[in-house]
Design a binder for this molecule. Sequence first.
Ligand code: KG4
Ligand code: ZN
Length: 352
Amino acid sequence: MLTLGIETSCDETAAAVVRRDDASGGEVVSNVVLSQVDQHAAFGGVVPEIAARAHVEALDRVIAAALTDASVTLGDIDCVGATAGPGLIGGLLVGLTTAKALCWAADTPLYAINHLEGHALTPRLTDSVAFPYLLLLMSGGHTQLVSVEGLGDYRLLGGTIDDAVGEAFDKTAKLLGLGYPGGPAVENLARDGNATRFDLPRPLKGRAGADFSFAGLKTAVRLAAEGQAPLSTQTTADLAASFQRAAIDCLVDRTGNALNMPGQPAHTALVAAGGVAANQAVRARLADIAKQHGLPFVVPPARLCGDNAAMIAWAAAEHFADDGGAGTPDALAAPALARWPLDARARPASTA
Ligand code: KG4
Ligand code: ZN
C-alpha cells in the first residue's frame, strides 16, 4: 500500500510517499522537505505567522513534488496522513485542511496524526523495530522518555519540566552568536572546544525518575558567557563543548533511570528520535548506555530524525494496517490541536 504524508507543524513544509507491506515492512519512496529556515533566521527563531503563510504558499508544490518523485498520482494513494498536532496552530490548519480536501476529492481515508507518534514510530519504518521499545524523543519542543508498547500504546516515563533539549541547544547557540537553528552549529563548534573548562550544572542528574530539566543549564551558560565577555573563538568553542557535555550527561542519566525502572516490559531496543538525535556525540553516548543494558541502539538516519513527512505517512500506514483503512473517525471534522500529549494518561507537567 502507498501512503501520502503531510507535515506542517513547525517550520518545514513536507510531503512524502511511503510504501508498506506486511512482509518487507516500510520504504520511503519520496521525501520532500522544504525548510523555512531562511525566512525565520533574522528573528532568531520560528515566527508562527510567517510559518503559516509560508506553508500556504508552498504546500501544493511540495505535495506535487512528492507524488512526482514517487512516480505516482493521487489516484494511486491508499490513504493520507497529516499532522494534526501538537505544533503551531496556523501551520497545522494549513496541512490538515489541505489533506481533508485531497481525501474528499480522491475519496481516500484520512488519518489525523500526532507529530510525536510520527517520531516514535520512525524506527519501525527504518529498522522494523518490534514493540515494545524505549524511545528517547529529543526535539525543539519535546524531550520525553516513552515506553512504546504497541500502536497507540505509549507510556510516558518522563518528560521535561521546563525547556526541551533542542531548545537548550538553540538558546545556547543564540547566546554564543551562532545563529539559528542552533543544534548543528553547537555540535560543530563543540568539536574544537574543551568540554571540561566550564563546570556547568546537570539538572536532576542523580535524582530518581526520568524527568528532564534544562532551564538551569541554559542560565548557567548565559552567566558563564557574560563572565567571559567579549568571547574569544576558543572560549566560545569551550562553552559550546561544556554545554553539550552537560546536556548529554543529563540525557544519559535520565535514560539510564528509565531503563532501570521497575515494571517495564522487556524492551527490544533503545531508540532515539527527534532533531537532536542527529547529534553524533549524543548518539555515541546513548549507544554506550544501550550496550551496558544489553540492548541494540537504533537511531534513524539524520534526514528522518528531524521533521519530515515520511514519518507521518508511516504512522498513517501503521494505522491503516491496524484498522483496515477505516481512517480517523469523522476525519473531515478532525481538529488541529496545538497541544496533544502522546500519552493521554500522563500527568500534565511531563507533556509540556
Ligand atoms: O524534531 P525537530 O526537527 O523539530 C521539532 O519537532 O522540534 O527538532 C529540531 C531541533 C532543534 O532544536 C535543533 O536545534 C535540534 O533539533 N538539532 C540538533 C542537531 N540538529 C538539530 N541539536 C543538536 N545537535 C544537532 N546536530
Ligand atoms: Zn519534530
